[in-house]
Design a protein around this ligand. Sequence first.
Ligand code: PEP
Length: 256
Amino acid sequence: MNRPLVVGNWKMNGGPAGSLQLARQIVRQLKSQPARADLVLAPPFTSLASVVQALRHSTVKVAAQNSHWAESGAFTGEVSAPMLEEIGCHYVILGHSERRHVFHESCGMIARKLAPVLVHGMRPILCVGETSSERRRKRTLQVVTAQLDSALKGLAKGVIDKVEIAYEPVWAIGTGQNATAEQVDEVHSSIRAYLKSWLGNAKGRVVRILYGGSVKPENASTLAEITEVNGFLVGGASLDAESFLAIARAFSAPAK
Ligand code: PEP
């Protein structure tokens, strides 16, 4: 049984003061009612330091929302893995659909970002997922497999257990329209089969597969019951401490 992982992606919301306040609310509410999941908060870059500070006595960890593949250099506007390690990040979200589709990051660019994150002792949260037109054309599994192949096949098999995978159908992100339990089950089972056939049963089983796309307190329990759902990547609903923790507590049921 993989311990669930629930990540709050705050996207471009909140400066250092607001982020500090939200992180403190989460820590406070967690003390009175703990969650049976690893929790991670991903604030904007400028709020990383204040959130690291707010979480210093807590088990909740911090993620960055992106990183560059180079250690340093002439890359205006970018932030590198060693910088994120130094500030206190433990995770980095890579290949989020907004990076792929709004900022045109290619599979090749995303693939180059994984190894530096691992080298600097952090865990990449690799996002994959199809667009609505790819789903309509029944290309979902093909697209997700190609995204996994491109990002993972360059890594040594020995480090794959440090990678978290998030299945996030592009059409479900920020739309209020989550994927159905059947759709999530099909894609997560296919990702699990892919990992096992490549890494063997034992190693292929330990990689966590998160679901993301309009997860809310109202649908979290149904989605958390799906066998291969090992956590959530939560956008909008993570901006409210109560709803983020209600989602995390969907995993408080007995181990599956
Ligand atoms: C996300 O940003 O990764 C996400 C899943 O957003 P939302 O929960 O708002 O759909």
